[in-house]
Design a protein around this ligand. Structure first.
Ligand code: GLU
Length: 443
C-alpha cells in the first residue's frame, strides 16, 4: 500500500508553528516512502471555519514548499459520515443521549468529588424504548455517542511512543454527533482516514486519547486502523506553550525575513536526536527523516536559534533564489560578496547602497587623512585590487593590521565593519573607490 499521510488543519485560524511542524513531518514521512501527502480541511464546524483561512493554509504550505498531492474538505464529505453513522447505528455502536451540558457537567463534578475518574456513566445507554420515546415527545433531540467495546482492549505500537495500551472501560463513550446533526471531529476524521487510504497518522500527542477511541471506530467499521505516531508538543524556549508560539505563523516569519528553508530545517529536526543544521536541500532532510529519532520530551522552539539558522541559510543561498528580492542592478557577484554579512535577504539593500553610494566621508585625524591620500594615489586596478592596495600601502607606510585596513574600510564603505573587502572593492569600482578615498583624505 502506498504510504499516505495527511495534514488536517481546521480553518479556524492561520497555521502556527506547531501546525507547520506537523504538516512538515507528514510531508517528509510521505516523501521518504515515495508516498502521498494530502491536505484535509477539517471544516465541519461551519460557524468557526472561514474561507480566508483555507486560502491562507494553502498559501502557507506553498510558501513552505509542502504542496499536497490532493485536497479534501470535510464539508463536502458529509454523505460519507452519514453512511458510516448509519452503519454504526445499525450495529448498535452509536446511541442517542439526552443529557444537557449542565447535567453532564454535574455528573463530572460528582465523580471527581468522589475521587473517581469523570467517565460518562452510560445512563443514556440504559434508557428503555419508552423512556427514549418520552424524551423525543418532549422535543428533546439527542446527541449521539459512540459505544466503546469494553471487551476489546485498545492497543497499538506508536511510531514515536512505542507500545500503547488503553482500557476502554476507563474512557467515556465519545460524542460523535451534536443534537443539531453536526459532526464532532472524531468520527469524520476516522472515516476520512479510511476513505482516503491514509496509512500513517502522525500528529501531536494531544491526540493520543483520540487515537484510542478512533481505533475502535476503525474496527467497528471493519477497517484496519492506520499506523499512528504522536509527537511531543512544541514549547517555547522558556519551556512553556507560550502565547507567542501560537501567534507565530508563516506570515509572521516571512515578515521577519525568515526563509522557509530555515523554518523547515529547524522544524524537521527539533525534538529529534539529529542535529539541527542549516540544510536547505530538501532531499537531505527527506533522506534523514526518521520517526525513530523523535524524543518524548517537548521540543523547544527558540526564535534565536531560528534566526541563526536563517542567517546560515542566507550565507549559502544561491543568487537565483534571492534574485527577485534584491535591489535593481545587484548581480550574482555582488550577492556572493554581500551574503556572508546578512541575517536576512532584505538586508542586502543596505549593503548594495554601500556599493553604489554615496557613502558619507568619515571624520578623521590629519595622519589618517594623509594615509588615505596615499591610498588614493596607490590604488591600482587589476584582478584583486584590494590585495594590491594593501600590499602597496604596507610597503609605503609600514602600517599593518588594523592600522592598515581599518581606515580604508571606513573611507570606502562608511562603516566600521562589513563584507570582505576583497569582494567588495571590485564592486565599488576603481573611479568610485578613488573618489571615496580622496573625499576621506580631504574631509
Ligand atoms: N483537525 C484536527 C486538528 O487540527 C486534526 C487532527 C488529526 O490529525 O487527526 O487537531
Amino acid at each position: 500500500m502506498t504510504v499516505t499521510t495527511r495534514f488536517a488543519p481546521s480553518p479556524t485560524g492561520r497555521l502556527h508553528v506547531g501546525n507547520i511542524r506537523t504538516a512538515l513531518h507528514n510531508w517528509l514521512l510521505a516523501r521518504k516512502a515515495g508516498g502521498r501527502f494530502f491536505l484535509r480541511i477539517d471544516d465541519t464546524d461551519a460557524a468557526r471555519s472561514e474561507e480566508r483561512f483555507v486560502e491562507a493554509i494553502r498559501e502557507d504550505l506553498a510558501w513552505l514548499g509542502l504542496e499536497p498531492q490532493g485536497e479534501e474538505r470535510q464539508s463536502a464529505r458529509l454523505a460519507l459520515y452519514e453512511a458510516a453513522f448509519e452503519r454504526l447505528k445499525a450495529a448498535g455502536r452509536v446511541y442517542p443521549a439526552y443529557e444537557t451540558a449542565q447535567e453532564l457537567d454535574l455528573k463530572r463534578k460528582i465523580a471527581l468529588g468522589r475521587g473517581l475518574p469523570p467517565i460518562y456513566d452510560r445512563a443514556a445507554l440504559a434508557l428503555s424504548e419508552a423512556e427514549r420515546a418520552e424524551k423525543e415527545a418532549q422535543g428533546i433531540a439527542p446527541h449521539w455517542r459512540f459505544r466503546l467495546d469494553h471487551a476489546e482492549p485498545i492497543e497499538w505500537t506508536d511510531g514515536i511512543r512505542g507500545p500503547q495500551h488503553f482500557d476502554p472501560a476507563q474512557l467515556s463513550d465519545p460524542v460523535v454527533r451534536r443534537a443539531d446533526g453536526s459532526w464532532l471531529y472524531m468520527l469524520p476524521s476516522a472515516v476520512d482516514d479510511m476513505d482516503m487510504g491514509v496509512t500513517d497518522v502522525l500528529r501531536g500527542e494531544d491526540h493520543v486519547s483520540n487515537t484510542a477511541l478512533q481505533i475502535q471506530m476503525f474496527t467497528a467499521l471493519d477497517a484496519t486502523p492506520p499506523r499512528f505516531a504522536h509527537e511531543a508538543l512544541l514549547v517555547g524556549s522558556e519551556g512553556k506553550l507560550s502565547k507567542r508560539l501560537g501567534s507565530l505563523g508563516a506570515e509572521a516569519f516571512r515578515e521577519e525575513g525568515i526563509e522557509p528553508e530555515a523554518l523547515v530545517a529547524l522544524l524537521a529536526r527539533l525534538g529529534t536526536s539529529q542535529p539541527v543544521e542549516p540544510i536547505a536541500d530538501r532531499a537531505e532532510l527527506v533522506e534523514t527523516f526518521d520517526l525513530a529519532t523523535f524524543g518524548r520530551a517537548p521540543a523547544r522552539f527558540d526564535e534565536a536559534e531560528l534566526a541563526r539558522l536563517n542567517a546560515a541559510i542566507v550565507h549559502r543561498m544561491p543568487f537565483e533564489r534571492a534574485q527577485e528580492r534584491l535591489p535593481e542592478g545587484m548581480d550574482a557577484a555582488a550577492w556572493e560578496a554581500i551574503r556572508p554579512n546578512l541575517e536576512r535577504v532584505s538586508d542586502a539593500a543596505e549593503w548594495w547602497q554601500v556599493v553604489t553610494g554615496p557613502v558619507e566621508a568619515p571624520v578623521l585625524d590629519a595622519e589618517t587623512r594623509a594615509y588615505l591620500g596615499e591610498a588614493a594615489r596607490l590604488l591600482a586596478w587589476g584582478d584583486d585590487p584590494w590585495t594590491a592596495l594593501a600590499g602597496a600601502l604596507k610597503a609605503a607606510t609600514g602600517r599593518k593590521g588594523k592600522a592598515l585596513f581599518h581606515p580604508l574600510r571606513l573611507a570606502l564603505t562608511g562603516r566600521e565593519s562589513g563584507p570582505d573587502m576583497h569582494a567588495l572593492l571590485p564592486l565599488i569600482g576603481e573611479a568610485e573607490a578613488r573618489r571615496r578615498l580622496e573625499a576621506a583624505a580631504t574631509a
